[in-house]
Design a protein around this ligand. Structure first.
Ligand SMILES: O=c1ccn([C@@H]2O[C@H](COP(=O)(O)O)[C@@H](O)[C@H]2O)c(=O)[nH]1
Length: 317
């Protein structure tokens, strides 16, 4: 099936939902609602197969709760890999269900390796080239990648994403407390390592532009460093930023406004735990009340972001 440029598809979906939020699907078995864990236990027992079933059921509930309010989900692979083949099965079940529900999927896998292995990673996430060996039609819409092996490790991802009209988000400045250890180090040329990555991304991004003027090669820039965000926005004006750190890591609406361009586009704000476990705060115990709590938390996140953008005259709807 022909697909349009990823950045165009993304911006269109964001405008349709009037939402810049991305919901992270990072399931942990001990935090899955009791009624789902009980069903998993009854059907499969307390084992990896049961965990995979519980993840799929929970993720479908979350997707149903958020699908009218956001355009994008971001499952993080590590949570699924914990349960081996059953976890990976749950990951792809989640991807396929989300896509059927009209959502775009960013796989947060932070892949990166030498060129031959990078090609294999790209095939694993964007669909294999060896169709006679692999009838599997699973493919995500976008993938996070780690640039710190250098440009030859990125090019296979750029080529694959262009061929398949998929998107990439390259780690530039991460949200964690010690991200400055390496990323903030000044190079002899006077810019930081993260800024150097930004310059490289900007160079490549111009080859992946859509009609919206945005590139399918985006950047990960943490919400927890709001002042730095201005620098990265300037360095990569055409890239869409994937901005983690909102919610559980402490960032709020006022911290993410610098990630956006003056046209009110250019950033996706990501939250996982603060949304998918919001039902714990109201002690919700059944399907409807868990779903309602997650919908409510998502609407509040959208409102917080949109209000912050209004205050900066960057609100477009
Ligand atoms: O710099 C980064 C890059 C990725 N992440 C990922 O985003 C989510 C954040 O989860 P919260 O529960 O909203 O804190 C998680 O999957 C991380 O692996 C990030 O946090 N920072």
């Amino acid at each position: 099936m022909f697909k349009h440029n990823f950045a165009d598809r993304l911006n269109k979906a964001v405008a349709q939902k009037k939402s810049h939020s991305v919901i992270g699907l990072d399931p942990v078995i001990s935090r899955i609602p009791n009624f789902i864990r009980e069903e998993a236990k009854k059907n499969y027992g307390e084992n990896p197969k049961g965990a995979g079933f519980a993840f799929t059921q929970f993720n479908k509930l979350v997707i149903d709760a958020i699908k009218d309010h956001v355009a994008v989900i971001k499952p993080q692979l590590a949570y699924y890999e914990v349960f081996g083949e059953h976890g990976i099965h749950a990951f792809w079940e989640t991807v396929n269900y989300a896509q059927q529900m009209g959502l775009l999927v960013i796989a947060d896998a932070k892949r990166g390796d030498i060129d031959s292995t990078a090609t294999a990673y790209a095939n694993a996430f964007f669909g294999s080239e060896c169709e006679q060996w692999n009838e599997n039609e699973n493919a995500v819409d976008s993938l996070t990648i780690n640039p710190y092996l250098g440009r030859d490790s990125l090019e296979p991802f750029f080529d694959a994403s262009k061929k398949r009209n998929s998107g990439l988000f390259v780690l530039v400045k991460t949200s964690n407390p010690y991200s400055g250890d390496f990323q903030n180090q000044k190079l002899t040329e006077g810019i930081t390592l993260a800024e150097k990555v930004g310059v490289l991304i900007n160079k490549f991004s111009s080859e992946h532009l859509g009609e919206s003027g945005y590139s399918s090669i985006g950047a990960v820039v943490g919400a927890t460093y709001p002042e730095d965000m201005k620098i990265y926005r300037k360095l990569m004006p055409k890239s869409i930023f994937l901005v983690p750190g909102y919610g559980a890591q402490g960032a709020t609406g006022k911290d993410i406004v610098n990630a956006f361009n003056e046209d009110g586009y250019g950033a996706l704000i990501s939250a996982s735990r603060s949304i998918i476990y919001s039902f714990e705060l109201v002690n919700a115990q059944d399907h409807t009340s868990v779903k309602n709590a997650i919908t409510q938390a998502t609407i509040e996140m959208n409102n917080d972001i949109n209000l912050a953008l209004k205050n900066e005259n960057k609100f477009i709807w």
